[in-house]
Design a protein around this ligand. Structure first.
Ligand code: IVH
Length: 649
């Protein structure tokens, strides 16, 4: 085979694969494909230097990693606000129409899988990053390359992030689980878990065997000029990605509702699992006007499908007192498997809800579990109510501390600040993963510490001594020392963890991060207007922060002195230097990994970009610089060697 013939063969194989995996419409037989594939393999074995980066042989997953490295998304990956019924949709539409007029709505399925961000530079797939926390995810490029519906090469040459969902088709999911059963391996609970788990395999060969599918739903950083989302999506499809199995641009809430009902009715017929329909404002300018809350775009929403329902029996109704004192009734139900998860408890929200639905102990009920939400009881089967059913009364006294409860109607609250349940739950929350992340400080241990009078507030955790723990049942030396070490290690934690751990109403992890990023350790002095000026913060959130600081300022200071949270990484303003404020592109191999040099330049206040344009100020090149160098010269961009760069500093 000549080099020319090889290139043609690769191209032909990619066309076959595109028809098979993307269009779902094969144009040849396996035999023809395999024969050509083997010719390509033979050529590559003889000419390893000439292997094309988009050759199908590059998809077999010949890479085994030790760990995944973290990687930043070039622009944030957002979540979506959920809508559950027509009324929610109407309210959402009203909010949109208050800010923008004459907009249309792009609707497509909400796929139930794992989100993935693909970065293409100069038409090549250079990086694939999982969603992670929306800003930083894990780099799974080698695994993504094994997914046949992800093109390794696209026609478009500028830098672009293509976002989508990695799914496993239902049929494939059944096949995988059947195989796992015969191998005696643990089964995947559902297709979403299977997709997410398969994407995060250190051995890319395993990913390759799972036959994952990528469905694009949007773009991140880009230089496209389209004014509408539907045009952008058509552009993505033209680049060789798989189309949504159903989509429509709607004008009114009536139209959206009708389309939603059609999609819901055919839910079972889709190859992949869907958990709803996503609605997005179609006009890009209108999207920009609407903007974002701390978590999600105001221009998009997920209109969820009703989740899976099951019938079970209420065995008991118990009361829980949370860290804010709110008393929540919880149903203990006959354990029931819903969509792979055994449900034993269902939240009843509040007593108004129990009365409205007339839920009694021993009733047969329908419970519903959707996604990660806590299961809830949606209906009592009244015609099956047994004679011994027991109604539950609104409580008047705290089930924990017996103090009188404040009945505010919807919420019933224990007002005793020293109530055992309030204190214990506040301490558990303080040490939890998204707060101070104190390893080993679980529910049971906090209970024990409390019972023995060792902790009455979070502050007491930091005064615990080894000899106090050793006398407790089950606390051997090793376990006790481990706990004390974990508490000690939590000192100096990131500022946002400390803020989140305070448990300020309406302020969760995302808002805590935003607060710390902006105010740093000066948060105590922030006023309402300054907080409201932050992206995604409304009046209610700002008031909550200010009020919390007013009431708890002293305790906060004491705790602050003990924990000494660390300041967020200062966005230091670099002192004057030749690279300050300049846009720089790096190319070729350098004396250190390019990522190291990138970080150094960013520290100097430069913006390091992936591709050369007229806006580039300097191109810094190492050995074997290629097309970027040529482009820079063509555009008249100033070029320099790594040595020159160092000399300038
Ligand atoms: S758009 C701009 N569209 O749902 C908003 N997301 O709950 C970003 N998802 O993390 C998301 N199908 O992983 C969008 N058609 C679709 C989707 C979709 C599934 C996932 C996505 C996202 C999550 C948000």
């Amino acid at each position: 085979m000549t080099k020319e013939a090889y290139k043609k063969a690769v191209e032909q194989l990619n066309i076959y694969a595109y028809h098979y995996y993307v269009l779902d419409d094969p144009i040849t037989t396996d035999e023809v494909y395999d024969t050509l594939y083997h010719e390509v393999v033979a050529f590559e074995a003889a000419h390893p230097d000439a292997i094309a980066s988009d050759s199908p042989t590059q998809r077999v997953g010949d890479v085994v990693l030790g760990t995944f490295s973290k990687a930043s998304h070039r622009s944030r990956m957002w979540s979506l606000e959920d809508l559950f019924e027509y009324h929610d949709l109407q309210k959402w539409m009203e909010r949109v129409h208050k800010q923008v007029e004459n907009v249309s709505f792009y609707c497509e399925p909400k796929y139930d899988g794992a989100s993935l961000n693909l970065i293409y530079e100069h038409g090549r797939l250079t990086q694939a990053i999982t969603r992670g926390d929306g800003n930083i995810g894990e780099e799974v490029t080698q695994n993504a390359k094994t997914i046949r519906s992800i093109p390794l090469k696209i026609a478009y040459q500028e830098l672009i992030e293509i976002r989508g969902e990695v799914v496993i088709f239902k049929e494939e999911f059944e096949r995988i689980n059947a195989a796992r059963l015969t191998q005696g391996e643990a089964l995947f609970a559902n297709a979403r878990n299977a997709a997410a788990g398969s994407l995060r395999q250190l051995d890319a060969k395993i990913t390759a065997q799972r036959h994952l599918v990528f469905l694009p739903y949007g773009i991140g950083v880009n230089r496209l000029k389209y004014t509408r989302l539907d045009e952008r999506m058509d552009f993505i499809y033209e680049q060789g990605f798989k189309k949504a199995p159903m989509r429509m641009t709607c004008q009114t809430d009536g139209e959206i509702e009708a389309f939603y009902n059609t999609m819901k009715a055919s839910r079972e017929d889709f190859k992949m699992m869907l958990d709803g329909m996503v609605i997005k404002v179609n006009e890009i300018v209108a999207q920009e006007v609407l903007g974002y809350t701390v978590k999600s775009p105001r221009w998009a929403a997920a209109y969820k499908f009703p989740a899976v329902e099951k019938i079970t029996t209420v065995n008991n109704i118990v009361l829980q007192v949370g860290r804010t004192g709110v008393v929540t009734p919880v149903a203990i139900v006959e354990p029931t498997d819903i969509d792979g998860v055994v449900v034993e408890r269902a939240t009843l929200h509040n007593f108004d809800e129990i009365e409205r639905k007339d839920i009694r102990i021993h009733d047969k009920v329908i419970i519903l579990r959707s996604g990660d939400v806590i299961p809830k009881i949606i209906k009592v089967l009244l015609q099956e109510r047994p004679e011994n059913s027991i109604p539950v009364m609104r409580p008047t006294h705290c089930p924990e501390c017996e103090s009188e409860l404040l009945d505010e109607g919807v919420l019933i609250k224990c007002q005793n600040l020293d109530c055992r349940a309030r204190v214990v739950n506040a301490i558990i929350y303080f040490g939890s993963k998204s707060c101070l992340n104190i390893e080993g400080l679980g529910d049971k241990i906090v209970e024990t510490l409390y019972r023995h009078g060792l902790v009455r507030s979070v502050k007491d955790l930091f005064a615990l001594r080894l000899e106090q723990l050793l006398v407790l049942e089950g606390f051997k030396e090793k376990k006790s020392q481990k706990l004390l070490d974990a508490i000690e290690r939590s000192k100096g934690c990131e500022c946002w963890r400390f803020v989140n751990a305070l448990g300020i109403e309406h302020i969760g992890e995302v808002a805590s991060k935003a607060l710390c990023e902006h105010f740093g350790l000066q948060l105590m002095r922030a006023d309402k207007a300054a907080i409201m000026a932050l992206d995604g913060f409304g009046e209610e959130m700002a008031e909550s922060v200010v009020e919390f600081i007013r009431v708890n300022g002293e305790t906060m200071k004491e705790l602050y002195a003990i924990v000494q949270p660390s300041a967020p990484r200062e966005k230091t303003i670099a002192s004057d230097n030749p690279f300050l404020g300049k846009t720089v592109v790096l190319t070729g191999s350098m004396s250190q990994p390019r990522s190291v040099i990138k970080t150094m330049l960013e520290g100097l206040g430069a913006k390091v970009s992936g591709s050369v344009s007229k806006k580039t100020d300097y191109l810094i090149f190492g050995e074997d610089a290629g097309s970027k160098y040529d482009k820079a010269v063509a555009l008249g961009v100033q070029t320099m060697t790594e040595d020159t760069m160092r000399a300038m500093l």
